[in-house]
Design a protein around this ligand. Sequence first.
Ligand SMILES: Cc1ncc(C[n+]2csc(CCOP(=O)(O)OP(=O)(O)O)c2C)c(N)n1
Ligand SMILES: [Mg+2]
Length: 349
Amino acid sequence: MGQMEGPSLPDTELLKVLRTMSLGRAVDERCMNLQRQGRLGFYVPMEGQEGAQIGCGWALEKGDWICPAYREMGVALTRGIPLSTILDQLFGNSADLSKGRQMPNHYGWRDHRFVSASSPIGTQIIHAVGLAYASRYKGEKVISVPFFGDGATSSTDFHSGMNFAGVYKAPVVFFCQNNQWAISLPREKQTKSTTLAMKANAYGFPGVQVDGNDFHAVYSAVKDARTRAIRGEGPTLIEAVTYRMGPHSTSDDPRRYRSSQELATWKARDPIERLKEELVTRGALTEADFDKMQEEVRAEVAQAVQQAEKVGPPEPRTLFEDVWARPIPQLQEEIQEFEELLKEGVIRP
Ligand SMILES: Cc1ncc(C[n+]2csc(CCOP(=O)(O)OP(=O)(O)O)c2C)c(N)n1
Ligand SMILES: [Mg+2]
């Protein structure tokens, strides 16, 4: 586990970190409820992984490439993606940049170098390695970071990506959030390796295991790995040991495969509580300040949700946009048929 000598950042900045972590938690809680109420189609929570995600995101620079899986909302917040933009995508409303065509949580923002989320396990790993190799070829001083889980370390793309990055010293920080579960498959059944970090040995570069619920440990490990990559010393694999406190997604019921005792053990290691306690102990924050912070972030989320729900769905005709530069005859026919169905009221605008 990463050893820390002291706080990695000044308290003023750590308060911002705590706020971002709290905001992420508030988004998660609200979106889970919205889905249960039938107001959101689907949601993937990251509850419990705030230390790992915000720790990593905080250590990156603006030009670095982020290649997420589907659970990286916390990283998106560190990139300064507005809450409204995230919610527009979750609701798939007419303000959504992906025009309501993507599954919730599968966002991507070109301007922020936050690549479209990958649901097929591991595919983002090879994308990230390619981006890193290309960036260096172009002389850009940036790195790329694939985000993936313990389960993804068994994918073919993990091994291909690690091997290529090792051979070509591509500037990549492989960021694995070992949250103990790959849906219902526990970490012990995923691999016989003692740690996931040690898998880097086979590819000739360092693998570091850190406490993923300790913001400082994650932040420092990623900073160090980034520096190494930029210096041309090659990639690093970071295993952030953490826990998925919620279900895999809104389509999952974790009570069917794991004990409440296990959950309680990890809840006692809550990354938000941990940073809060540290700041309270140092006198940088009071319990009252923290409660106020929680109220503020919840109000911020409530307001953003209200706004995003008001926007409304995309206009049905937008279905036909972006298919061809100039519509081919078959598409023209489909548009015509669609217009007739609209007229007959079979499809409602
Ligand atoms: C290639 C592929 N196989 C199977 C799945 C089904 N699937 C979705 S998520 C998941 C588990 C992934 O676990 P992990 O990598 O630990 O990430 P986590 O969900 O815990 O963040 C699986 C098997 C998939 N999406 N893609
Ligand atoms: Mg996992």
